[in-house]
Design a protein around this ligand. Structure first.
Ligand code: ATR
Length: 275
């Protein structure tokens, strides 16, 4: 019997996940499918009925459902609770389990691109304190990496640091140049960069020469922050790898094979980013 998986969102047409999982299904000769399904918020409970009835092995959850599915899952992984979002569902014995692979995608991307990125165990400078930052902070904590959290709105960063605990130092966006020299890693988790915008007051010349700069934005693939860092000779890792690596654990759970993030897979997804 064909094993079926999905990504649900609203809208969902632009999701790259079907191409990622479709490539792996073909590569491994698996009798399976992975389809994008547009599910409006009001239709989520009915979709969960289909899950419990056994129609699918599981799937991914994207905007705007990542928080709403909490209440519908039969169980949710503790880390997903801490992150405050579920992006992966697995159905077992008629029960739906939710977890979050975004933080694994973030780490998997850096590990693959720069294997010794954390060798010096310097703090990470994280810019932004929204939902995406939460997953990144959980990822960094899992590697015992101290964080300097930089945000435009101090109160938002305060609330996030308070909720997560751990080694987080707060810093305003206007103080970024005094905090940045300590950092071994810089992570942009804000949407700045999506429209050619940059952090005008961030002086990259203060960064250590061996600092690594990464962005979770992948459209454009090279954000102004990454372009500026690359021109300065700093190591840079773009956000596309995070999308590819976050897909690995779900595929392994639904289809029973752990897939690889290959240069060919990356190239095929990259080719779709221009459109
Ligand atoms: P997500 O859940 O996708 O991470 P979000 O919750 O809207 O998105 O978070 C966006 C983050 O980017 C916030 O930290 C926001 O800063 P504020 O807390 O001050 O709102 C930050 N951000 C967005 N646009 C920004 C801008 N133009 N300048 C500085 N920070 C910005």
């Amino acid at each position: 019997m064909t094993t079926k998986a999905f990504v649900i969102g609203h809208p969902i047409a632009h999701s790259r996940s079907p191409l990622i999982h479709g490539t792996w299904l073909v590569e491994h000769g698996i009798d399976g499918s992975y389809e994008a399904i547009d599910v409006a918020p009001a239709d989520l409970p009915a979709f969960f009925d289909r899950l419990r009835a056994g129609e699918f092995a599981g799937g991914n959850v994207t905007i705007p459902h990542k928080e709403a599915v909490f209440a519908l899952c039969d169980s949710v992984d503790d880390l997903a609770k801490t992150i405050g979002a579920v992006n992966t569902l697995v159905v077992r014995d008629g029960k739906v389990h939710g977890y979050n692979t975004d933080y694994l995608g973030f780490l998997g991307n850096l590990d693959a691109a720069v294997p010794d990125w954390n060798a010096q165990q310097k703090p990470a400078l994280v810019i932004g304190a929204g939902g995406a930052a939460r997953a990144i902070l959980v990822a960094l904590r899992s590697r015992n990496i101290p964080v300097i959290l930089v945000n435009r709105t101090r109160a938002t960063a305060d609330a996030l640091a308070g909720a997560l605990g751990g080694d987080i130092t707060l810093c305003g966006l206007d103080e970024i140049n005094s905090a940045a020299p300590l950092a071994g890693l810089v992570v942009n988790t804000t949407s700045i960069g999506m429209h050619g915008t940059r952090f005008d007051d961030f002086d990259l010349s203060v960064l250590a020469a061996d600092a690594l700069v990464t962005d979770i934005v992948y459209v454009p693939l090279e954000t102004p922050l990454l372009a500026d860092a690359r021109k300065r000779g700093l190591k840079v890792v773009d956000g596309l790898g995070m999308l590819l690596h976050q897909a690995v654990p779900g595929f392994a759970d639904w289809f029973g094979v752990r897939p690889q993030v290959t240069p060919a897979l990356r190239a095929s997804i990259e080719a779709t980013l221009d459109h």
